[in-house]
Structure formats: C-alpha cells, structure tokens
Design a protein around this ligand. Structure first.
Ligand SMILES: [Zn+2]
Length: 186
C-alpha cells in the first residue's frame, strides 16, 4: 500500500464569514448558517477526527472565539492546533492603515491565547490575500508561517517583500537564483 501524507486544516469561520465577507448584516437565515458551523459542523468534524485519531489544524477568527468560546476551547482541549485567521473575516487589503490591520491581528492573538494558553505562530488570511503591510505585520507579531500563499504544494517556501508585477513586463520575484532542488534558497 502506498504511504500517503494528507494535511487536514479547517477554517472555523462560523458567523464571521457571513457578516464580514458576505455582508449578511442581521439576515437571520445567513447568520444561522454560521451558527450551524459552530453548533453542528465543528463538533461533527471533531468527533470524526477523534474517532480516527487524525490531527488537524484549525484557523479560527477572533470573532468566532469571542462568539463561541466554549466551542473553540473544545477544539484546543481535544488536542487540535488553533492558529490565527484574523479577527473579522475581511480581506487585509480593506484596512485603511497598517495600524488598523495590525490591531486586528493583535486582538485575534489575545483571543487565541485566552482559549489555548498559547500564542499562535501560524496565519491564514481570511481572503487568501495579503495587503502591502501584512507580511511585515506578521513578522512584527512573531508569526513563523502562513498558509495563504500558493506558490508550492508540498514544500514550504519563503514569502517575498520585493516582488514587482508590472502589467507591461515580466513578474520580478526577487534577485535570488533557484537552488538545485528548484526551491529558492531564502
Ligand atoms: Zn475563513
């Protein structure tokens, strides 16, 4: 039998995705779909993972933690990793300032520390996208890895600050040469 490694991760968005990404406002049906995730979906996933003894990482917005602290606490208490997914579920590029974006993540970090006792070191953008400040902010806040970017499938790689993507010229990623394995060295 082939030996296969699979990485299972979940975004525990609950209500946050409906009000912050889809603009549900107070629409009860859309909000209830978020509640479903917290009340029904997440416990079922946890039961399935417990049953098969499969580890997983959960990316949880601070909004979910403040709204459903016991549900998120259960994720941690049952042995699963909890990492940062912002506080609200918005595209980082929508923040007016770097300070506003950074304070959002600081609040989310505090939420995770409150329920896990640990400071998160992993980040997943709610929109799979970064603002021009996000990478710098993550470094300042002590994050060690991100799972939003899609430059490789199995191999970790370093994110770039000095890239340039002109519409009328080639994409310029950096001035480093790829290593022999095809991975850029830093
Ligand atoms: Zn999400």
């Amino acid at each position: 039998m082939a030996l296969t490694t699979v990485c299972l991760t979940y975004d525990f968005d609950a209500v946050s995705v409906w009000i912050h990404t889809f603009g549900a406002g107070n629409a009860p049906t859309q909000l209830s779909r978020g509640v479903y995730g917290a009340w029904v979906g997440a416990p079922r996933i946890l039961d399935l993972h417990d049953e098969h003894d499969i580890p997983a990482t959960w990316f949880v917005p601070g909004h979910t933690i403040e709204s459903f602290p016991d549900r998120v606490g259960s994720v941690h208490d049952r042995g699963y990793e909890v990492q940062c997914h912002g506080w609200s579920h918005v595209n980082p590029s929508t923040f007016d300032t770097k300070e506003a974006e950074k304070s959002e993540y600081e609040r989310a970090i505090t939420n995770i520390e409150d329920v896990t006792g640990r400071t998160p070191v992993g980040f997943r953008s709610p929109a799979w996208e970064f603002s021009t400040h996000t990478l710098e902010i993550l470094e300042e806040l002590g994050f060690e890895w991100d799972s939003s970017q899609m430059g490789n499938d199995f191999r970790p790689y370093y994110l770039r600050k000095n890239w340039s993507a002109p519409a009328d010229g080639p994409y310029e990623m950096c001035d480093r040469k790829p290593s022999k394995s095809g991975q850029r060295s830093s």
